[in-house]
Design a protein around this ligand. Structure first.
Ligand SMILES: CC(C)(COP(=O)(O)OP(=O)(O)OC[C@H]1O[C@@H](n2cnc3c(N)ncnc32)[C@H](O)[C@@H]1OP(=O)(O)O)[C@@H](O)C(=O)NCCC(=O)NCCS
Length: 182
C-alpha cells in the first residue's frame, strides 16, 4: 500500500479528531505536562497547524506550534507540538514529513528558533539538540535531556536566556509591570 503525504492547513472541523489522536498518543493526562502551560491562553502560531488527510482514518497526523517568549528580553520563539500520528499510520514517514514542511514554513514566516519537549532520538532526525542545561527554563517540571531546540536562523539560541513563557502571558506580565502603582 502506498500513501502520499501532503500536509495541509488544519481547519476548525479537524479539532475533535485531532483531540482523539492526541489522547491516544499521549494519554488523557497530557494536559498536566509542562508544555501545556505554554499553550494555555495561547493561540497556535498562524499558518503552522498542519494535518495530513487520509480517506480511511480521516487525519493521519497533525502538528502545531505556539508563540513563546524567552527571558526578560522576551525573545520570540516557537514551541513545537503536539505532533502525533494515527496509530494505523505510524512509521510511514508522516511525522517527519509534517515537521519538515512546517519547519520550512516557519522559516518562511520569519521564525528563528523552535523549542520542544520530546524524545531526542526522534527529533534529532530533523536537527533538534538538547538545550544546554541552565540556559533556558520552563514553567514546570521537565527532563532537561528532553528539552530540545532547533535554530532556523544560525545562532538564534545564543541570545536566548531565561524563563520560557507563552507569548500572551509574557505580554500580560509586561503590562502589569508597566501599570502605575499606588
Ligand atoms: C512519535 C511519532 C510522532 C512519530 O511519527 P511517525 O510518523 O510514526 O514516525 P516517522 O515515520 O516519521 O519516523 C519513523 C522512524 O522514527 C522512529 N521513531 C518513531 N518514534 C520514535 C521515538 N519516540 N523515539 C525515537 N525514534 C522514534 C521509528 O523507529 C522510525 O525509525 P526508522 O526510520 O529507523 O525505522 C508517532 O509515532 C506518534 O504520534 N507516536 C505517539 C506519541 C509518541 O510516542 N510520542 C513520543 C515522541 S515525543
Amino acid at each position: 500500500m502506498s500513501f502520499e503525504f501532503s500536509p495541509v492547513p488544519q481547519i476548525d472541523a479537524d479539532i475533535p479528531i485531532i483531540e482523539t489522536i492526541l489522547d491516544n498518543a499521549f494519554g488523557l493526562s497530557r494536559r498536566t505536562k509542562t508544555s501545556y502551560r505554554l499553550r494555555e491562553g495561547n493561540t497556535a502560531a498562524p499558518g503552522l497547524s498542519l494535518v495530513i488527510r487520509d480517506s480511511e482514518v480521516c487525519i493521519a497526523g497533525c502538528i502545531s506550534y505556539w508563540p513563546i517568549t524567552i527571558g526578560h528580553a522576551m525573545q520570540p520563539a516557537l514551541l513545537l507540538g503536539p505532533l502525533a500520528v494515527h496509530p494505523k499510520r505510524q512509521n510511514l514517514g508522516i511525522g517527519l514529513k509534517l515537521m519538515q514542511v512546517s519547519l520550512s514554513k516557519a522559516l518562511e514566516l520569519g521564525h528563528s528558533l523552535v523549542l520542544l519537549v520530546g524524545d531526542p532520538p526522534y527529533y534529532s532526525r530533523v536537527g533538534f539538540h538538547q538545550v544546554p542545561e541552565g540556559q533556558l527554563d520552563l514553567p514546570g517540571t521537565y527532563d532537561p535531556k528532553r528539552f530540545l531546540y532547533l535554530e532556523l536562523v544560525a545562532h538564534a539560541l545564543a541570545t536566548a536566556k531565561g524563563l520560557v513563557l507563552s507569548a500572551p502571558r509574557s505580554y500580560e506580565l509586561l503590562a502589569a509591570l508597566a501599570e502605575p502603582h499606588g
